[in-house]
Design a protein around this ligand. Structure first.
Ligand SMILES: C[S@@+](CC[C@H](N)C(=O)[O-])C[C@H]1O[C@@H](n2cnc3c(N)ncnc32)[C@H](O)[C@@H]1O
Length: 312
């Protein structure tokens, strides 16, 4: 067999070709999803393929981070931190969003509970929760098969933690099997958000919690709250964290822009990646800064008898 990667230049060229191929797939699926969305068509299948592309790009070109959200930062004061000190600043901001959402800023513990995460992405949040909070069972689900494979390679084995492939709108779990359903920056791509809320209610035990962090166009926020209330949840906390997301993006943008520039991608692909990453040069950042898009953190309880592990 020819020693294909023995020469350093050959190895670099191969690595660059892999990044370019991954970026092309990302751009292709981005364009398909965007085109369909503009035509009023949304499909979990295409989102799954798009996030396969995201996973491919992050794993071949990324810094090894395990988060795909815009992050959370306190404007002014330092955000309290009990995460992993080895994390880079971008991952820290993303983990801070998890901490804020999943532990109610440190006032709620899912220790000993059964937790389901819908739309776990690269699994950084689920792995942190499993390690730090010690739920009895932490099941992390994602519609992207590539993301699930990457999660299993990165974060397993760990007792009580598993990664499953599936759709948040048709959860592959029996009724009354979880105490908490968590979803971070995933639900904006569910074509049938109501189905997700109904499914979350079905798999939750009475008194169980739906913990959600995500954004919507400002005019659609009320619809989101109504869908959750209509499906039998009591909304206990609904916090507008748009300013915190903007602060996190400001803090992490320069590093993201440097990383994107270092990949030497074709300009239109680099622009798409910058949009996806919420870099301050992107229209995505501008939408948050102008509050065209509003970011919420929400805790809702399934109406029923008991309450699940609440300290609040
Ligand atoms: C922006 S990423 C966020 C990932 C992770 N929660 C985080 O904060 O790092 C959105 C994730 O939701 C997943 N997703 C989108 N639609 C889904 C669906 N219908 N069911 C399950 N996962 C879905 C995507 O595959 C992607 O991994």
């Amino acid at each position: 067999m020819l020693p294909l990667v023995s020469h350093p230049h050959t190895a670099t060229r191969l690595a660059n070709a892999r990044v370019m191929w991954a970026a092309t797939r990302f751009a292709w699926w981005w364009s398909i999803v965007d085109l369909l969305r503009r035509g009023g068509i949304e499909s979990r299948h295409f989102y799954g393929r798009f996030y396969d592309g995201v996973t491919g790009l992050v794993t071949t070109a990324g810094s090894g981070g395990s988060f795909l959200n815009y992050g959370y930062a306190s404007a002014g004061a330092m955000e309290p931190w009990d995460g992993d000190d080895a994390l880079d600043p971008t991952s820290r901001a993303s983990l801070a969003l998890y901490r804020r959402t999943a532990t109610d800023a440190g006032t709620f513990s899912c220790a000993g509970l059964d937790v389901l995460e819908a739309g776990a992405g690269l699994g950084g949040g689920a792995a942190w929760l499993a390690r730090h909070e010690r739920p009895r069972r932490m099941v992390a689900l994602d519609v992207s098969a590539a993301a699930v494979r990457a999660c299993r390679e990165r974060h397993l084995p760990r007792t009580g933690l598993s990664f499953e492939h599936g759709d948040a709108q048709a959860l592959p779990f029996v009724d009354d099997s979880f105490d908490v359903v968590l979803s971070v920056e995933s639900s904006h791509t569910y074509p049938r958000f109501d189905d997700f809320v109904r499914e979350a209610r079905r798999v939750l035990r009475d008194g169980g919690l739906l913990l959600l962090a995500d954004f919507r166009a400002a005019g659609r926020i009320e619809r989101l709250r109504e869908a959750i209330a209509r499906e039998g949840f009591e909304i206990e906390v609904c916090e507008d964290v748009t300013d915190n997301v903007v602060a996190a993006l400001r803090q992490t943008s320069a590093a993201k822009e440097r990383r994107i520039a270092s990949l030497a991608l074709p300009r239109f692909v680099a622009r798409q990646v910058a949009y996806f990453a919420g870099a301050t040069s992107s229209e995505k950042f501008a939408r948050f800064a102008r509050r065209d898009d509003v970011y919420l953190r929400l805790r809702a309880r399934k109406r029923g008898l008991a309450s699940a592990g609440s300290q609040a």
